[in-house]
Design a protein around this ligand. Structure first.
Ligand code: ARG
Length: 415
């Protein structure tokens, strides 16, 4: 009896050719699995199913995971402030462990022996799929056709598809490699491979260019409860709907384009362009509420946790104890991150223009330069005297004692 394999299937060129190749060249019974984590996918569902079955799959499964994706992956990353290399909101990286988990669940339901995906051997996604599968189901065989077959170019795959009557909606001209979900859209290759080339307008699908964006700004108000966004302009909205609405509003104003020189886990530098309108606006608003509700020390440590968290997500380590520990810390930091931020969207920029929080640490009575100031000005002198004590001691005994000009703080080493 043929072995059963669950293939993470998008309906695109790579995975369609993979269905045929796994069936014909490797003899698997392939069940194509499409996990819905994006916009409008329900509309394509029938087309994707038909294509999978026409290409040789013995079965097709569709799992709508949009809610889980936003609630359990995107929003926790938002609360963590996770941006890979300070820039990439991790849309693709966040979806992979969820898709892999669902792939494993379906493999169990279908009593399959293997799982497969359409990732290349050069990227991060193969790592995320494989490491997650190994963590959750070490007994499952993992097959990555693109690592195995000798088709190295898109053209070779298109020729294969034409030869075997595989219906895929591509031409040899469409040069970009795209991955998208509710949290963002990644655009790679084609003219972007030359880092000197400015991304062409044709690369973007979700955001208007600055020149086409409206001249008038839009103002929106986002409300958070313990670090989770829950309202838009005062109205309660569930996570997916909130992301969908912000996606439209921010995209219209050209917000969320990111052009990045990225370091892949497999050691390659790669030119990556992203569109992430909703993630960009939410990140901006969330940081504004955090700045009001977290102390200086909390903000400082959280910034370094955010970097660690981002790398963990990027590196495919979602299902690890290290993640559980970081997530506990982040969750604890969010207990007072409840409040509203007002954001202006204008000509490619999202700018926080106002924020408020019931447990804000900001006190006008302390900050004001006007009537009602309760800050004890006299006490500052004593504070500075003690704060500066070690500085005075060191300056007298070391800095001023050396022959160099004290302005040259990093002067030549004394003999
Ligand atoms: N560089 C991003 C990441 O590793 C995006 C990858 C997009 N994947 C793709 N198949 N185009 O998360």
């Amino acid at each position: 009896m043929a072995k059963k394999l669950i293939l993470a299937y998008s309906g695109g060129l790579d995975t369609s050719v993979a269905v045929h190749w796994l069936t014909q060249e490797r003899g698997y019974d392939v069940v194509a699995l499409t996990v819905g984590v994006g916009f409008d996918r329900d509309r394509d569902r029938e087309l994707i199913e038909q294509r999978a079955l026409a290409t040789g799959a013995v079965g097709f499964r569709w799992v709508d995971a949009r809610d889980d994706f936003i609630r359990s992956f995107a929003f926790p990353a938002l609360a963590a402030g996770a941006l890979y290399q300070g820039r990439y909101p991790l849309a693709t990286a966040l979806a992979r462990p969820l898709i892999a988990k669902i792939m494993v669940d379906v493999a169990r339901e279908e009593s399959a022996q293997a799982v497969g995906h359409g990732c290349t051997g050069k990227g991060n996604d193969q790592v995320r799929f494989d490491v997650t599968t190994q963590a959750l189901a070490p007994d499952l065989e993992i097959v990555a056709p693109l690592r195995e077959w000798d088709m190295r170019t898109r053209e070779a795959e298109i020729d294969y598809a034409l030869k075997h009557n595989i219906d895929v909606p591509v031409t040899k001209k469409s040069t970009y490699s795209i991955d998208e979900n509710l949290w963002g859209r990644a655009i790679e290759s084609g003219p972007l491979e030359d880092p000197w080339n400015e991304p062409l307008e044709e690369a973007f699908a979700w955001t208007k260019s600055v020149s086409d964006a409206p001249d008038e700004p839009a103002y929106i108000e986002i409300g958070f409860e313990r670090g989770v966004p829950v309202t838009l302009d005062g109205e309660q909205v569930d996570g997916v709907a909130l992301v969908e609405r912000l996606h439209g509003l921010a995209g219209e104003h050209g917000v969320g384009r990111i052009d990045h020189m990225e370091d892949r886990l497999v050691g390659i530098k790669s030119r990556e362009v992203y569109e992430a309108p909703a993630a960009t606006v939410l990140g901006c608003a969330h940081r504004a509420v955090e700045r009001m509700t977290l102390s200086r020390a909390q903000l400082r440590l959280k910034a370094s946790i955010a970097r660690e968290y981002a790398e963990l997500i990027y590196d495919g380590l979602w299902f690890t104890g290290h993640h559980q520990d970081l997530a506990s810390y982040v969750q604890s930091t969010q207990r007072h991150v409840t409040g509203q931020a007002r954001v202006r969207l204008h000509k490619g920029q999202a700018t926080t223009v106002g924020a408020k929080a019931p447990r804000s640490l900001y006190a006008t009575s302390l900050a004001t330069y006007e009537e009602g100031d309760q800050y004890d000005h006299g006490a500052a002198e004593g504070f500075i005297h003690v704060w500066g004590l070690p500085v005075r001691v060191q300056a007298q005994t070391q800095l001023l004692a050396q022959p160099n000009d004290p302005l040259h703080i990093a002067g030549p080493d004394p003999e």
